[in-house]
Design a protein around this ligand. Structure first.
Ligand SMILES: Cc1cc2nc3c(=O)[nH]c(=O)nc-3n(C[C@H](O)[C@H](O)[C@H](O)COP(=O)(O)OP(=O)(O)OC[C@H]3O[C@@H](n4cnc5c(N)ncnc54)[C@H](O)[C@@H]3O)c2cc1C
Length: 473
């Protein structure tokens, strides 16, 4: 047994429980030195989010606290990962680096450089997906581009189980390198979030999961579309609100999947079983978009379908700002954008409605919306966000066809019929009767402190259809 440490590099897996890479490192019986590296390149990027970074720092503090209970601590350093790791190897004599795999193009490039140049043994572990990209291909070896057959195959494959770790057997490196009482202070990155943050520790994440599994999952098939106001404080009856936890690996996908499956095994009621299947299907969507970005990295910047590369997007900065601020005059769109600005999260239905409005009604390039979401969302994730935007804009793989354009008035009536969501996020419309909430411009009153519609729905629809058709021609 070697006494040289193994460096365990935390990235999108900010937990101790069911962390497969960490499990492997501990099982090697060498001492383990846990580190997180803050890469300043991310702070300079256009997707930098104060909200998400603040949430991540809270998660790091929670991880550090758990490690301290095990007589260790989380070493946090700042800088280029290769340089930081090279210095750490020479300081500690570490002879191996372990980490869980990150599948995005940016991370792959970074990790390849580290592995090539660090000059010590390494182990890269599949942890963040139930089925990694190499394990799921069509019979001819090509990657799937359409979700339904992807999902069928994904469903058939065996998923890894949750790994229980006995931390008493773990040998974490004692404090020599991590003696700072408050390592986050050294990170020199303390952004004030614009939004209240949900708790970011493993215990709270598991509680959110348990509450959902105990109750709301049983009617998820209908409620997944509900416009919930805040899944982190409400007695949530809609979707799970697990996305920030999955985004940062505070929960593993195995913990989520197997808890749902155990509930399925206990359920005798057919609608409950269907709801649990519907939930697991969403976990497959998460994996689908990671696979897409892995196999087709051009989607990171461009349309999946090149036929839309010539689309004449409009340059309309004032309209983009109105959309961002929730001032389009369409209450359902504005309520959703105000929710995003207020809590850093939106339910899936609201994301589809707002994304459709920007890319179709305003004919503004989906990449502007993608970037704004990335700046605001606590769960902002390159693959899921890109997949969601391209799906809605009609430029993506397996996309909604471009001629399907959400009607914001019908969406509003269907998903917020009693107007609860609109009234919560748009206080200026609280006094309106539900019958006028979806189209306040139909009111004769001139007293309204609310803008008229930024564009007429029918005209916008025709303009979008013409632009998409012209691009294809
Ligand atoms: C335009 C647009 C942008 C989006 N951006 C993101 C993003 O940046 N990060 C993100 O995690 N999700 C994104 N989504 C997907 C989805 O809206 C969120 O995952 C979901 O709303 C999160 O809430 P929840 O955890 O309550 O979801 P639930 O309905 O409870 O689903 C459980 C989990 O499944 C995954 N999931 C559910 N739906 C999807 C989906 N359509 N695509 C991928 N994964 C899914 C998420 O990890 C989610 O936490 C986006 C969707 C659209 C249309």
């Amino acid at each position: 047994m070697s006494n040289s440490p193994i460096i365990f590099w935390f990235r999108r897996d900010l937990r101790l429980d069911d962390n497969l890479g960490l499990y492997m490192a501990i099982r090697s019986r060498q001492p383990v030195l846990p580190i997180f590296i803050i890469d300043p390149r991310l702070e300079r990027g256009p997707w930098f989010s104060r909200n998400r970074t603040a949430f991540m720092l809270t998660a790091l503090a929670a991880l550090d606290a758990r490690l301290r209970q095990l007589n260790s601590a989380l070493l946090i350093r700042r800088g280029d990962p290769l340089e930081v790791l090279t210095a750490l190897v020479s300081e500690t004599g570490a002879n191996a680096l372990y980490f869980n795999r990150d599948y995005t193009p940016f991370a792959r490039k970074r990790d390849e450089a580290v592995v090539r140049q660090l000059g010590i043994a390494f182990r890269i572990v599949d942890d963040n997906l139930l089925v990694p990209p190499e394990k799921l291909r069509k019979d001819d070896g090509a990657p799937f581009k359409v979700f339904t057959p992807f999902h069928r195959r994904w469903n058939m494959l065996t998923k890894p189980k949750i790994r229980e770790l006995d931390f008493r057997a773990a040998r974490f490196l004692p404090h020599a390198h991590t003696s700072s009482p408050e390592p986050l202070a050294r990170a020199r990155l303390q952004p004030q979030p614009h939004v209240p943050l949900p708790p970011a520790d493993e215990h709270s994440a598991r509680e959110q999961l348990s509450r959902f599994i105990a109750k709301s999952i049983s009617h998820y098939a209908e409620s997944r579309n509900s416009l919930v106001i805040d899944p982190f404080v409400d007695d949530n009856a809609g979707p799970s609100g697990l996305s920030p936890y999955l985004r940062f690996g505070i929960l593993s996908p195995r913990q989520v999947y197997w808890n749902a499956r155990d509930r399925y095994a206990e359920a005798s009621d057919e609608p409950v079983r269907q709801s649990i299947e519907a939930f697991c299907r969403q976990l497959a969507w998460r994996e689908f978009f990671v696979h897409i970005m892995f196999h087709f990295p051009h989607v990171r910047r461009g349309n999946f379908r090149p036929e839309f590369d010539n689309l004449a997007w409009r340059d309309a900065p004032a309209e983009l700002t109105a959309w961002q601020e929730g001032r389009t005059g369409y209450p359902i769109v504005d309520a959703a954008m105000r929710q995003l600005n207020a809590i850093g999260w939106m339910p899936n239905r609201a994301r589809m409605i707002t994304a459709s409005f920007l890319s179709k009604h305003l004919l503004i390039d989906w990449r502007a919306g993608e970037a704004y979401f990335m700046r605001c969302l606590l769960d902002g994730d390159p693959a899921a966000n890109n997949g969601g935007w391209q799906w809605t804009a009609g430029t993506g793989t397996d996309a909604q066809p471009f001629f399907r354009i959400f009607n914001p008035i019908l969406q509003s009536r269907r998903y917020d019929n009693d107007g609860r969501y609109i009234q919560h996020w748009l206080p200026e419309l609280r006094h309106l009767p539900a019958s006028h909430l979806h189209q306040p411009w139909t009111l004769k009153s001139t007293q309204l402190e609310y803008p008229p519609p930024i564009i007429d729905h029918r005209a916008a629809r025709e303009r979008a259809l013409a632009a998409f058709q012209a691009a294809r021609a």
